[in-house]
Design a protein around this ligand. Structure first.
Ligand SMILES: [Zn+2]
Length: 296
């Protein structure tokens, strides 16, 4: 009986832990900071082990984090293209730990500094003399309403350096929410443990992401609308069948002019040639012949 009850509770909490959130944010997983670093409107779909964040203005670029299969997809609806990376390749936890240890050793080797000055320098860099990492959660003791939900403010520190400010609502939180950010970032195990221990759902967050690869920045996100317990079809987290894959570092096709003759992209800096956009010598020739043929 107890087992049956547990199963029922689990099944219902799966539905309860799906959300569609409207928010503004200055970046997203995989794409990093928005171009101008400004807050832009986004829609977020959150289900257990899956998260999708899409621009609701502009080109509708979306990041899909699939913790269930360990993949990060970037989806470009305008071009019907997508990119994919293994999440395991995106974390640089070891590199960050190695860099921090290296810095600690260098500071401790500065014989010209007194032990007190070394400690100041260590603290400024979020380091401790003994090389350990101490994560701490501070409750701000303040409450705010965000998108009609009461929230409580908390901060997370690593060796005295603030890495996160979160406003937490009393709503169940799917593992995918912080899981998406910890998968692509390089938080220490100690900071990840503090994040996981938070009970509730952050409706506003400032998260210092430090994942190397053009994604080191402070992510800011503020919810404006929250729909919980929604049924999100799995297809929302899948790439449509008519999209083509391009390499992770492959630039997107630009908005450049296309050739009036063959449809290929006209190289940047080219001007119109006798009233037409042409991409190459052969297309120029075809254009001239076409004009001659039409008697112009
Ligand atoms: Zn052409």
């Amino acid at each position: 009986m107890r087992t049956l009850l547990t199963l029922l509770v689990c099944a219902s909490s799966l539905v309860a832990q799906s959300y569609i959130i409207d928010q503004t944010a200055n970046g997203s997983p995989g794409t990093g900071r928005t171009e101008a670093g400004e807050m832009q409107p986004q829609r977020v779909w959150i289900a257990p082990r899956m998260l999708k964040i899409a621009e609701t203005e502009g080109d509708g670029v979306a990041s899909i984090v699939r913790l269930d299969i360990g993949k990060l997809y970037l989806q470009f609806p305008k071009h019907k293209l997508f990119k994919v990376r293994d999440l395991a390749d995106l974390t640089n936890k070891q590199e960050r730990a190695a860099l921090r240890e290296d810095l600690r050793q260098k500071i401790l080797a500065m014989a010209a500094l007194s032990e007190g000055d070394q400690d100041v320098l260590l603290a400024e860099n979020g380091l401790r003399r003994d090389g350990t990492t101490v994560a701490e959660l501070k409750r701000l003791g303040r409450r705010r309403d965000i998108a009609t939900h009461p929230t409580e403010g908390v901060e997370i520190y690593e060796n005295g350096i603030k890495l996160a400010t979160l406003w937490i609502a009393d709503l169940p939180r799917p593992d995918s929410l912080f899981g998406a950010y910890t998968a692509i970032s390089s938080f220490s195990d100690e900071v990840e443990a503090e994040l996981r221990a938070i009970e509730g759902f952050p409706l506003e967050m400032e998260l210092r992401l430090d994942s190397g690869e053009r994604m080191s920045f402070t992510l800011k996100a503020e919810a404006s609308g929250v729909s919980g317990g929604v049924d999100i079809p799995l297809t929302e987290f899948e790439i449509p069948a008519d999209y083509s894959q391009i390499g992770w570092d492959t630039p997107l096709p630009s908005d450049a002019q296309v050739c009036d003759i063959c449809g290929n992209e006209v190289p940047a800096g080219e001007r119109q040639f006798r009233g037409a956009w042409v991409c190459s010598g052969p297309c120029k020739l075809k254009h001239i012949k076409a004009m001659a043929g039409s008697g112009e």
